[in-house]
Design a protein around this ligand. Structure first.
Ligand code: ATP
Ligand code: MG
Length: 631
């Protein structure tokens, strides 16, 4: 048995002993009495009876031991600002923010809704909430007022923290204005709104009695000393809504102790990050990657973390790599989408910086196709680790745990079940699939520490959304298709609702996309199933080419379309061959970078595109409509 296999087995067979050991990574004000209370399946209470505090573990502990080490670096290529905070400085700022909360009547268990751009105050706002036992709910700053209003009504925050504006691609994006609209729409708007005025939206309107200026309040609490509130391990630390790729977002509720332990362990075993080093996760604090691996994970590990406001392409596509060089980043975390964007740029940008500090690049959020995985690995010359997880789980479910054993990487695969997750691939009758047999990814409960403890305010929805796949056995289902090969490497084949049913053959969109993408001219592709009288559904592809001159003429398009179909025939067989391949210059995605296949499918079937509040760029949909008409 290999080192990882032994480690994994112990986590599944002796979970109490395993997690009791890992729990020593964090400071407990009161030690846990029960490691795992699973007396009420599928609800689980990790480290019951224990008392701790997330902010204390992320900030105070390090501020006491290494006060002058860097904790937070914020970089904005939009406003050309850079700020650094040591652990001691970060603690001071967090205490000031916590004092503001207390002065506004925020108490343990109250919700604080944070709608912020990527500025230092966003980190202070999150840490200050958990410091006093309040529950934060960060909403991605970019959601429209209606999306924000639904989340306000679900979380019912006592106060909100926002900024006048964010910046994207050189343009100011008004935040405060959207907050006003959302509060007008909401049934339970917050009592107070604290605004960080960046001077980007001059003269924004203020509502007397409700709106408060952060700088003014901070000045009143400069010397604030706010002790941490020790909370039960099971006390909610935050609510975070899922990305909404497949419909109405769910409010994922996270505990405190289990989350801290799970993240601290993952920083070591999965991300190989050490105190004193720097981590750069290119996500946004509005997503789970932002919570776990911009804010809490690296800080718990005593690392410096980078908060980045900007895009991967401005001022030029070399920006991220120069940041790696400048801050000596050792751990970098991004998304396949971003890498596909970079793949379309001149490769010289990857060579322009000294990347010697970087140990690994981690990618998650969407299937990482083999071609992109290979490309980025070869371009960087560093191991690129795909890892599969969800807002719900809070930390990786599938990965290669290089901190335990350096198993070889297989392109296109996020590797093996991570310790703690009894993850299996299931047939639709609830039995387990054999090697190379496609099925649904599921986890036998109890879920390990760090995963969602419930759906906020709706225990019934927790069970119906996640545990009702089979009558027997009880399985946490993540609604994704997967497959495991003979060597135990797993592959995610797409979402269970992204399946194309061609004449009774069920094809995952991912498989076809992977085949299309293996054509060297293609940078990115979305495949959807379109209704067909005869076959039920037909796959239709929308592809972005690396070089637009390749599809300038009808003739050129037809040639490339034929080649792409040929490629799919070769790799998957004619059954999977796209009925049509349309060429576009961009694809519609959610703000978190996930393909909006259901909207593309709706257009291709001549239906209404439905709820588009989470879309990044509406013009991508117009292009699809145009291509459907003209190509
Ligand atoms: P919603 O649940 O609201 O529809 P969502 O599932 O997109 O939205 P997230 O929790 O942000 O919300 O995304 C998790 C999903 O992303 C996974 O279930 C899976 O479909 C996909 N995913 C994440 N990482 C990977 C990966 N490494 N490989 C393949 N798919 C991935
Ligand atoms: Mg989901």
């Amino acid at each position: 048995m290999g080192a990882y296999e032994a480690f994994y087995r112990r986590s599944i067979e002796e979970p109490d002993a395993f997690w009791a050991e890992e729990a020593k990574r964090i400071y407990w004000h009161k030690a846990p009495e029960v490691i795992c209370d699973y007396s009420r399946p599928p609800f689980v209470k990790w480290f019951k009876g224990g008392e701790t505090n997330l902010c204390y573990n992320a900030v105070d502990r390090h501020a006491a031991e290494r006060p002058n080490d860097t904790a937070l670096i914020t970089v904005s290529t939009e406003t050309n600002e850079e700020k650094r905070y040591t652990f001691a400085e970060l603690q001071r700022e967090v205490e000031r923010m916590a004092a503001i909360y207390l002065s506004l009547g925020v108490r343990k268990g109250d919700r604080v809704l944070i709608y912020m751009p990527m500025i230092p105050e966003a980190a202070f706002a999150m840490l200050a909430a958990v410091r006093i036992g309040a529950i934060h709910s960060v909403v991605f700053g970019g959601f429209a007022s209606a999306s924000l209003a639904t989340r306000i009504d679900d979380a019912q925050p006592k106060i909100m923290v926002t900024a006048d504006a964010g910046m994207r691609n050189g343009k100011a994006v008004p935040y405060k204005h959207l907050v006003d609209e959302a509060c007008a729409l909401a049934k339970t708007p917050p009592e107070k709104v604290v605004i960080v005025d960046r001077g980007l939206d001059k003269g924004f309107p203020r509502i007397e009695g409700r709106d408060l200026d952060y700088a003014t309040l901070r000045a009143q609490h400069l010397d604030a000393s706010v002790p941490v509130a020790w909370v039960e391990s099971t006390h909610p630390s935050y609510i975070l809504y899922t990305s909404g790729t497949t419909g109405k977002p769910k409010g994922v509720q996270r505990d405190t102790g289990g989350y801290a332990v799970a993240l601290a362990a993952s920083m070591d075993y999965i991300f190989c990050g050490k105190a004193g080093e720097t981590m750069f996760a290119t996500s946004d604090i509005g997503w789970v990657v932002g919570h776990s691996y911009i804010i809490y994970g690296p800080l718990l590990a005593g690392m410096a973390t980078i908060l980045y406001e900007g895009t991967p392409l401005r001022p030029d596509p070399g920006i991220w790599w120069r940041m790696v060089e400048q801050y000596r980043v050792t751990v970098m975390f991004s998304a396949p989408t971003a890498i596909r964007v970079l793949k379309k740029q001149d490769p010289k940008y990857l060579k322009c910086a000294d990347l010697s500090s970087l140990k690994h690049l981690f990618l998650a959020g969407e299937p990482l196709d083999e071609t992109t995985h290979r490309w980025i690995h070869e371009a960087l010359g560093k191991p690129v680790i795909d890892n599969y997880w969800q807002t719900e789980t809070g930390w990786p479910m599938l990965a290669i745990c290089r901190g335990i054993e350096e198993k070889p990487i297989k392109y296109g695969s996020p590797g093996f079940p991570v310790y703690g997750y009894n993850l299996k691939i299931f047939r639709e009758d609830g039995t387990e699939c054999g090697p190379n047999e496609k099925g649904i990814v599921g986890v036998l409960p109890p879920l390990p520490p760090g995963c969602l403890s419930s759906v906020w305010g709706d225990e019934a929805r927790f069970i119906s959304s996640y545990f009702s796949l089979f009558k027997e056995p009880l399985v946490y289902s993540s609604a994704d298709w997967g497959i495991k090969d003979e060597a135990g490497y797993h592959f995610i084949l797409g979402r269970t609702d992204d399946v194309i049913n061609v004449a009774g053959h069920r094809l995952g969109t991912r498989e076809i996309e992977e085949a299309v993408q293996s054509h060297t001219a293609i940078a990115e592709v979305a495949v959807v199933g379109v209704h067909d009288e005869v076959k039920g559904q037909l796959p239709v592809a929308f592809a972005v080419v690396k070089d637009p001159t390749l599809v300038e003429t009808t003739q050129a398009r037809q040639k490339l379309e034929a080649e792409v179909k040929q490629k799919v025939d070769e790799l998957l067989g004619a059954i999977a061959r796209p009925h049509r391949v349309y060429f576009v210059s961009g694809l519609p995605k959610t703000r978190s970078g996930k393909m909006l296949r259901r909207s593309i499918q709706a257009l291709a079937e001549g239906r209404d595109t439905g709820d588009l509040t989470t879309i990044e760029d509406r013009s991508a949909l117009d292009q699809i409509a145009e291509a459907l008409k003209t190509q």
